[in-house]
Write a protein that binds this ligand. Sequence first.
Ligand SMILES: [Zn+2]
Length: 647
Amino acid sequence: MKLFTYIMLILVLTSCSQESKNKSSTENLADPFLDDHSYSNLKEIKTRHLHLDLDINFESKKIYGVARHRMINLNKADTAIFDIKGLEIQKVTTGERNTEIEADFVIGKYDKDSILGQPLLVKINVDDSIINIYYKTTEYSEALDWLDPSLTSSKIHPFLYTQGQAILTRTWIPIQDSPSNRITYSADVKVPAKLRAVMSAKNDKKRNPTGLYHFEMNKSIPCYLIALAVGDLAYSSLSENTGFFCEPELSSRCKSEFIDLPKMLAVAEKIYGKYQWEQYDLLILPYSFPFGGMENPMLTFVNPTIITGDRSLISVVAHELAHSWSGNLVSNKSWNDFWINEGFTVYFEHRIMEELYGKEISDILALVEIYELDDELRRIKESKHPEDSKLLLNLKYRNPDEGVTDIAYVKGSWLLKSLEAEVGRKNFDLFLTNYFSTYKFSTISTEEFIKYLNKNLLNGSKSSINVDEWINKEGLPTNKVEIVSERLNVMRNLAESFGAGKDVFAPKITYRKEKVKGKVRKRKIIEQLKKEDFITQEWQMFIRYLPGTITVDKLELLDKYFSFNNTQNAEIALDWFSLCIKSGYDEILPYVERFLKKVGRRKFVLPIYELLNEQSKYKNFAKSVFSSQKLFYHAVTRNSVEKLLQN
Ligand SMILES: [Zn+2]
């Protein structure tokens, strides 16, 4: 049976019209295809190269686009199926520009929970290899964050950025939106003349006063890595092939924060082989960006919360850079295999940090994350989906964002650390170098990885690491490498003493006898621990090691010493605010409000709303801050908080 007819049978379709957001079920539609989270018939026909013509309109907050797909018909398909969500499809044609012929298309209904969006089916002749989809984005295009000037640093120009992972690319481009679909792309983008467009592709270092920009990404990437940002952006170079884009007033702060970037790239290449993407730049986004960083190839998007002035959160950049190998070069085949992207990346990030700043630092980073993993494991165990603590997930009929937990990141990296400890670093590095080179520019499933691991590293030898237990069992296996940090033990002792009532931060006054001009004098010596004596992660752990709730006077004393209420470091702020909220310290609310109104990164925002929502006295406060800030947050953050506050 031809696919088109098959689809017609299982779908109620409306011909050539935009279907309303009807909650009729087409959820089984994804079954016959490659990916639980895409309608596209990739086994039949797939895009090889995508060209985008995009007109970015800030007044209407819409993108007017044409997605020109050059396709390979693998199985004489008479239909090409694309994913769309929140898009208005105007017409579809086949053929080269200027000789295009209109094609019939139908749009299916939304799936049950509107997670996947809608299938767009285009009727084609077997010989058609170019399909052009004319469309515009809508207010439901969730990948897009249109920011008014007030939400930027300059407060003068508006800003736009996209966030495609996991399945949001379909909300701004009609596409076969599966991570297994690797394509090359090019784009012609028109923006207001005063602004500059940048993409996850080769970027011009100079502005074009006409507002027209051309991009080429001639290495194949999964669709979720197509990314665009438009704003008043200046470029600063850090080395021949590294640099950053940011709003001009942030340039000097960024330069000092990211000065180690060239060194980082050199170190990463030393560990796992040549960087394959030519240029590595950062783009510093406004505060509403929902993630710490997004590894868009050639142009990592980063959250300004990592600019602390002391480079203490630079591991985020090491993480995104590591993705140039794990995730971008070798990508997870489906979102169920997400740990293949993130576990490897965290492992590699720690290796970069170790090489640059020493093992003590990378161990501290690992332990901060392991502490968070413990919390996550508890949460998952009590949730509706205790099976989410397996590395290999089953996210069918669920939003793949639900798989973005510490399991993929921390449990995943811990498996790799344990394997390294088992076989030795030299063998493990050789194995991973070969893995990246064998699978470069392709995708891999967990099952394929296990086969590769058994064949190339474990070789049937009796390993004490039970890989199957890590992958397919809930919780954390007992056989894993242990990580210890003396520096964090010091923080634990300080926290325990302080929690028990000892003011360990009070100045200690001692007197020392000294001979001055033949006379013995007593010199007063004041010793006191200062904030600068410890790095961000040590302070985070100090706060976490304090009792779960502590008295207001102790919180006030800590604030007196270290000004935690006013901290500009978002990592410390999250731990500090969490402790204060749990302890019922009402005076913290104005600081929390200011933070929630400035920062949109989900990692920080969601847990704070969660804690506020758990306490009856703070529930209304949480709701009122969210309702005033809703539009400032990107959809990724907004949807998560909205869901939380509805419950
Ligand atoms: Zn990552």
